[in-house]
Ligand binder design. Structure first.
Ligand code: G3P
Length: 198
């Protein structure tokens, strides 16, 4: 019955904080800016307060899924699957018709619990790229890839490396439109306001 943790982790991940917080402001976050439900788009549309709230919740739900799996004494592979299930829940939420976000904050939450040093190292690189380029998407993609490299360089167990590889693949996939915009020079920069909702 241990595997029952997987649908639970998926359900945690599915809770769309960005949609819920924006709804308080009578805004459908899916219809403004990039259309993403994550903190970056909430920042564009609603400012830092709501964005930080969304970032916190999205990180928290990923971390919580892994924490519960660990507290139940599940084996490493199940903990790894749990991390991926939470992020898949965020990206393909049952509450949003199996659509969702890009999974960066939720991935970070899972990594932070799986290996805090890896999480912090990854965050430092990702945030540095975001600040230097002012492209959150670039920081997210590079952060995902750096987590894989760091996990190998730190000599972490195979299951932790596999989690990072899985998360990085998901991040690259969910950012495919951002990658197109970055290549075309049309990606929105950090702090750029979005148009008022129609
Ligand atoms: O975490 C999502 C971020 O990397 C990009 O968000 O809204 O610019 O597509 P957005």
């Amino acid at each position: 019955m241990d595997w029952l943790i997987l649908p639970l982790a998926y359900l945690f991940g599915s809770v769309p904080a960005g949609v819920l917080v924006a709804r308080v402001y009578k805004l459908d976050i899916r219809k403004v800016g990039s259309g993403n439900i994550g903190a970056t788009n909430v920042l564009r549309a609603l400012g830092w307060g709501p964005a930080l709230l969304v970032a916190f919740f999205d990180i928290f739900k990923g971390g919580l899924a892994v924490l519960i799996a660990r507290a139940l004494g599940l084996d490493d592979l199940l903990i790894a699957a749990c991390a991926l299930a939470a992020v898949i829940g965020h990206n393909y939420s049952v509450f949003l018709g199996f659509r969702g976000g890009k999974g960066v904050a939720t991935s970070f939450g899972t990594i932070l619990v799986i290996d805090p040093l890896l999480g912090l190292g990854t965050a430092v690189v990702a945030i540095a790229v975001m600040v230097l380029t002012r492209f959150v998407s670039a920081g997210s993609i590079i952060g995902g890839l750096v987590a894989v490299v760091l996990s190998i360089a730190m000599g972490l167990p195979l299951w932790k490396i596999l989690v990072c590889v899985g998360l990085a693949l998901l991040i690259v996939w969910t950012h495919r439109e951002n990658i197109g915009r970055l290549r075309a020079g049309t990606e929105r920069r950090l702090g750029e306001k979005t148009r008022a909702p129609e």
